[in-house]
Design a protein around this ligand. Structure first.
Ligand SMILES: Cc1cc2nc3c(=O)[nH]c(=O)nc-3n(C[C@H](O)[C@H](O)[C@H](O)COP(=O)(O)OP(=O)(O)OC[C@H]3O[C@@H](n4cnc5c(N)ncnc54)[C@H](O)[C@@H]3O)c2cc1C
Length: 291
């Protein structure tokens, strides 16, 4: 196995990937001035490196504090404050409950919160997802998300704590105005802080020049194979093929799937893969060049 991984290089940050002049492959330029070429590229740079800040009306001119969950460290700085948390996922609920001990907190969400027990019959939910096959089944997505995002894993107290009203949950507000929030029923109230618990996007800016990304900067792909750039693939994206895709449990099967597709296409097109260089993998799950 080791012999199949030639030329592993670490400590290089890829800044830009472009097509080679003959169009047969890719050229990766690194921050330290290096250049790598390869007929295939797999982007494996993670799914959670770019905090997602949605366009919330009035947020840019909001007079209070605005922060993303990636900037949140501890509740004390919010003691006695009025805080609105945007989002209804795991981070939103966990931080809301922690903050509610010292602050007046509301969760503003587009849909009612949905809870899934963290443990069933004494075992973690992830074990059951794995045993039932739901973990790696693409068709299970609507079943697991209800079309409304990943449910909140409830350790036993989250649902009851939110039901008690501290923190409370309300439908997403209409907009912010100065230091006020305007709720969907048109009532206004002054608030001190907005915390965006709105998740992350993959940090793949280095692919922008290829036409690989959509208008939101996220990869256009089907099951990890780029739908716009032949020879480009991904591993580790959220819901790339299944619930487990962005976890250590799912990435192996996804990697096999993507490499198989890319290599098949490459052979079909008779691409003259330079010996030992059929693919460059950028990122953590398997940085290096792969045969
Ligand atoms: C809060 C949290 C909890 C999680 N808990 C679990 C869990 O319990 N179990 C589980 O299986 N998964 C968990 N995950 C998912 C976890 O992120 C993945 O399982 C795993 O880290 C994915 O590995 P990866 O190699 O795809 O991405 P990452 O671990 O994100 O690695 C990406 C790599 O790419 C490199 N990189 C980024 N940009 C560039 C660039 N331009 N050029 C070169 N290199 C670059 C980075 O330096 C990094 O080394 C969790 C995620 C989060 C956010």
């Amino acid at each position: 196995m080791c012999a199949r991984f030639r030329d592993i290089r670490t400590g290089h940050r890829v800044e830009r990937i472009t097509c080679t002049e003959d169009g047969a492959g890719f050229q990766a330029a690194t921050a330290d001035g290096g250049v790598f070429t390869a007929p295939l590229v797999i982007a494996a740079t993670g799914a959670f490196s770019r905090p997602y800040r949605p366009a919330v009306p009035g947020l840019d001119s909001f007079a209070g504090t605005v922060l993303h969950t990636s900037d949140y460290r501890r509740p004390e700085p919010f003691t006695g404050r009025r805080v609105v948390i945007v989002g209804g996922g795991n981070s939103a609920v966990q931080i809301a409950i922690e903050l509610a001990a010292v602050a007046d907190v509301t969760l503003a969400t587009r849909h009612p919160l949905r809870f899934m027990p963290q443990r069933i019959a004494g075992r973690d939910i992830h074990l059951w997802l794995q045993r039932t096959g739901l973990d790696t089944a693409g068709w299970a997505r609507p079943l697991l998300t209800g079309g409304q995002g990943t449910p909140v894993m409830d350790t036993g107290t989250y649902r009851d704590t939110v039901a008690s009203g501290n923190p409370d949950r309300r439908p997403m507000f209409d907009r912010l105005d100065g230091d006020q929030v305007i709720w969907s029923d048109a009532t206004r109230e002054p608030i001190d802080a907005v915390l965006l618990a709105t998740g992350y996007r993959p940090g793949v800016d280095y692919l922008a020049g290829l036409g690989a990304l959509d208008e939101h900067g996220t990869p256009s792909h089907r099951a990890g194979v780029s739908t716009t750039v032949p020879g480009l693939g991904y591993v580790g994206l959220e819901w790339q093929r299944s619930f487990a895709s962005a976890t250590l449990r799912g990435v192996g099967a996804d990697a096999r799937h993507v490499l198989t597709r890319l290599l098949k296409r490459s052979r079909r097109n008779g691409a003259a893969a330079p010996a030992g260089d059929p693919a460059s993998v950028h990122g953590g799950s398997g940085a290096g060049e792969v045969r």
